[in-house]
Design a protein around this ligand. Structure first.
Ligand SMILES: [Fe+2]
Length: 214
């Protein structure tokens, strides 16, 4: 006895597809954008359109820089070397996760202000103020220095934009920048910067001096 599968193999393609038109995906679709980058599609959030437009532009700069910092953390997570490998490998990934959350929060703030958040790597690369690191591996202190410089760029612009947003009545943007962006970046700076303090690992300085003087 022939089974059903064997019978279906002999059917022409048109008969196999018959009646399934509505279930078939419509592929390779193209159309013009519904909103060009840089234009505002105002939402009813009781904020002036000029304020929304100004904050969207400023937030997109912070977004591009935060995406760059996020990706630098992953680069350093993969490429770190040396006797502190394990702790830095874990710390860099923790900070990567926290920066990823900031990226999403900033991007969604831009969208709800009626703007368009920057998204793709080539656009981010053209926009960011953070210097591009080399593709190759670098020593851990150099990795940390790069991260600290990137954090400071973001903190400086976040403080400026937070104040500007508050003055313009955009309390939501101010709150996002102060409560999330600034506080997260400041805390991460502390965790990084302490790794660049040159203190003895095993023998205290005084003990060394006492030993050499005897
Ligand atoms: Fe990993």
């Amino acid at each position: 006895m022939k089974n059903k599968t064997t019978n279906q193999k002999n059917l022409p393609a048109s008969q196999l597809q018959e009646g399934s038109e509505r279930a078939r995906p419509i592929l390779h679709q193209h159309a013009s954008e519904i909103q060009p980058y840089g234009k505002i599609a105002k939402l009813p959030i009781a904020l002036d359109q000029q304020v929304c437009a100004a904050d969207v532009e400023l937030l997109n700069q912070i977004l591009a820089d935060t995406m760059t910092l996020r990706d630098m953390y992953k680069k350093h997570h993969w490429q770190v070397a040396g006797h502190t490998f394990y702790q830095l490998h874990l710390l860099f990934d923790k900070h990567f996760e926290e920066q990823s959350e900031l990226v999403d929060a900033i991007a969604e703030r831009i969208q709800l202000l009626g703007g368009i958040s920057i998204a793709m790597a080539p656009d981010v690369a053209e926009t960011t103020f953070i210097p591009r690191p080399p593709r190759g591996r670098e020593e851990a202190p150099v990795q940390i220095s790069r991260l600290l410089e990137a954090h400071e760029i973001i903190l400086k612009e976040a403080r400026t934009v937070a104040k500007q947003a508050a003055d313009a009545g955009d309390d939501g943007t101010n709150d996002l920048l102060v409560s999330q962006v600034i506080r997260t970046n400041e805390l991460q700076v502390w965790f990084l910067a302490e790794h660049l303090v040159d203190v003895p690992v095993v023998r205290a300085e005084n003990a060394k001096a006492a030993a050499s003087g005897s």
